[in-house]
Design a binder for this molecule. Structure first.
Ligand code: ZN
Ligand code: MN
Length: 473
């Protein structure tokens, strides 16, 4: 079933990814670990843009950018070339940003995502390297701020700006694209998504019959979906009333969930790009094959391996490989329990409980997961109790065995269940007769009586089975 896209929505994304696992910034030796320190303490003449200071290319940053380019199926440029993009803004004290212009480090790639109607190839136009400007902190909102603070710790951090073709057709596809991109970047170990401002998204969006607007300042994937939904509604209403969507830059106000007009869009030639005279081109083409050989297994490949190696479903494989840390966790669990049991417990249960609490898999240990799965497969606790144990560990800590003992979750022995079933049948002759006469719900009542007698420690499904056997013989 082909996706119709009745409004003719076209969305292209520009994603600024901070290569935040590097040891130093893009063109100076300042540390990249600035998140927990005082503002304006990780700075030097280069990243403050003082006159006379000279930038030096961080080779590790170039290699990281090449890794990303190759993982996104891009072509890599022969040699680096940096340009100056001239504009003034308080977060950019030297009056220009060092970036790449007509020779981006990588171009013509693609990412395959799950689209509205099956696989969707999203073309990557280019990925270019540039330096991050400082961080502006507006007091209040951007349009009604009393004052603005500037932190130059971020200034000069290595960024990779990834630009897509307008191949996305809905906010949901945009969100899936961002999830997939983040996943790939984390597999490559060049990126930590948990740091503030690690991934910043601008979205170009147009509807059939209108111009495209650019929405800036989207900081989360959920935010991207919300900003796009709002923007589609705004443009749709405008067009319906006979108005015109003008080409402009809009700002997404995350707290209010709206986009507001910032300025009419500047043209590329306004920036007066020219080659950066302080940086000579660096030949990188020869390194491509070496980096390609070192690339780790990427999400799609891992997913296929999980399916063939562990014999698990595509759905489980997808869920497990959607985060590198979950994938690693699963492989450690799978080394000790049945592959399919491990997949079901990690993908269906643990992952959901973690997401619900906004926790990462580091909050749970492989040993605890294995122990819980074994308790279930050895028939010591019910599946329902196992979920209870997982929740208890996440919320209050503790070990599976202690929790099982404390809460009295150990399943009662089979003969105890049999005895309870026997008693319930004897004590409830009328209900038994009702069931035999075709009143289905009487069985639920009888099972409930057994659960009561065993104080909930029997497996309801087992009880049902034993009960049916007894009644019918
Ligand atoms: Zn510096
Ligand atoms: Mn940029």
């Amino acid at each position: 079933m082909a996706y119709k896209n009745p409004e003719g929505i076209m969305i292209g994304l520009e994603i600024h990814v901070q290569l935040n696992k590097l040891n130093s910034k893009m063109f100076c030796g300042c540390s990249t670990k600035y998140h927990e320190v005082e503002p304006n303490t990780h700075v030097c003449p280069v990243c403050l843009g003082l006159p006379g200071s000279m930038p030096v290319i961080n080779e590790q940053a170039v290699e990281s950018a090449m890794k990303v380019g190759l993982a996104l199926n891009c072509e890599i440029v022969q040699q680096t070339q940096f340009h100056r993009k001239n504009y003034y803004y308080p977060d950019l004290p030297k009056g220009f940003q060092i970036t790449q212009y007509d020779y981006p480090i990588a171009s013509k790639g693609r990412i395959v995502i799950e689209g509205e109607d099956g696989e969707l190839v999203v073309r990557i136009t280019r990925a270019h390297m540039e330096e991050d400007p400082g961080r502006l902190v507006h007091i209040g909102t951007i349009d009604k701020s009393r004052g603005t603070l500037i932190d130059y710790n971020r200034s000069g951090m290595a960024l990779l700006e990834i630009v897509t073709e307008p191949d996305l057709r809905s906010p949901k596809e945009a969100r899936r694209f961002l999830d997939k991109l983040r996943n790939i970047l984390e597999y490559l170990d060049v990126f930590d998504s948990t740091l503030e401002g690690a991934m910043r998204v601008d979205a170009n969006i147009s509807l059939a019959g209108g111009s495209r607007a650019e929405v800036k300042n989207i900081s989360s994937h959920k935010g991207a979906e919300r900003a796009l939904l709002y923007e589609i509604m705004r443009q749709k209403n405008l067009l319906r009333r006979g108005g015109k969507v003008i080409q402009e830059t809009r700002h997404f106000d995350e707290s209010r969930g709206v986009t507001i007009s910032l300025r009419t869009k500047e043209e590329e030639h306004d920036y007066r790009y020219f080659p950066e005279p302080d940086l000579v081109p660096m030949r990188v083409a020869d390194r491509t094959s070496g980096i390609l050989a070192m690339l780790p297994e990427l999400p799609d490949a891992k997913r296929e391996r999980f399916i063939s190696q562990y014999g698990i479903t595509d759905m489980h494989a997808k869920a497990l490989t959607s985060e590198i840390r979950i994938a690693d966790f699963y492989e450690q669990v799978a080394a000790k329990v049945e592959y399919k049991d491990g997949a079901a417990w990690v993908a269906d249960v643990l992952k959901g409980e973690l997401n619900y609490r906004d926790l990462t898999v580091e909050s749970f240990t492989v040993d605890n997961m294995v122990e819980i799965i074994k308790m279930v497969t050895h028939n010591s606790i019910t599946e329902k109790s196992a979920v209870d144990v997982i929740r208890t560990i996440l919320d209050h800590g503790g070990t599976p065995l202690d929790i099982v003992k404390e809460k009295g979750l150990l399943k009662v022995e089979d003969d105890v269940v049999s005895k309870a079933v026997f008693e319930v049948i004897n004590e409830n002759g009328k209900a038994v007769q009702d069931y035999l006469d075709g009143k289905e719900q009487s069985l639920n009542f009888l099972v409930g009586q057994v659960m009561k007698k065993t104080r909930g420690r029997a497996d309801a499904r087992d009880v049902r089975e034993i009960m049916l056997e007894r009644i019918k013989t």
